[in-house]
Write a protein that binds this ligand. Structure first.
Ligand SMILES: [Mg+2]
Length: 169
């Protein structure tokens, strides 16, 4: 595996509700592909927090949005997509490229005009880098909808990425 594939283009140290979308606009991003579990909502919740809904509403003014989840439950991902009124893909099998490539094709944009935002290096960042998208590794949300600092899964992924020889932080 080429080591740079595990390095996000941007690691802001923030969760979605605090992520400044101006930065993405300023570098020419036109569409956002969003991971769901951990990124927009914890795995144990079904109703999005207002902070997330408000951020997405703001983002919708400037970007095309698409949810791309590895979760096998169509019911769960569809219900979250409906709360945001955006299109979705479930069972995406990240880091394999098929589902994301289809999203990119439908958006009809250059890969560098699309950002993928997620909380996992070995799925979200890896698939985005494989297709040449702009990759953003965000901090997962806590159970109350508050930003949760880098969690144990992300810390472990960073350690593995470092062992593989890439410095992601
Ligand atoms: Mg996730």
């Amino acid at each position: 595996m080429r080591q740079k594939l595990l390095k996000p283009n941007w690691e802001p140290g923030l969760s979605i509700p605090h992520l400044p979308i101006e930065r993405l606009l300023s570098i020419g991003i036109k569409a956002l592909v969003l991971d769901v579990d951990g990124t927009l909502i914890t795995r144990h919740e079904i109703i999005l927090h207002n902070s997330v809904i408000n951020w997405v509403k703001d983002a919708q003014k400037d970007f095309s949005l698409h949810l791309l989840s590895n979760n096998p439950s169509k019911k769960r991902i569809e219900s979250i997509a409906k709360q945001l009124n955006i299109n979705f893909t479930y069972r995406a099998a990240k880091p394999t490229k098929g589902a994301l490539r289809k999203v990119q094709h439908n958006l009809q944009l250059d890969p560098r005009q699309i950002a993928i935002l997620g909380d996992r290096i070995f799925t979200d960042v890896l698939v985005g880098n494989r297709l040449g998208l702009y990759t953003v590794l965000i901090w997962p949300l806590g159970p109350s909808g508050e930003p949760c600092k880098r969690n144990t899964t992300q810390l472990l992924e960073h350690r593995i990425a470092r062992l593989l020889g890439t410095s992601t932080s």
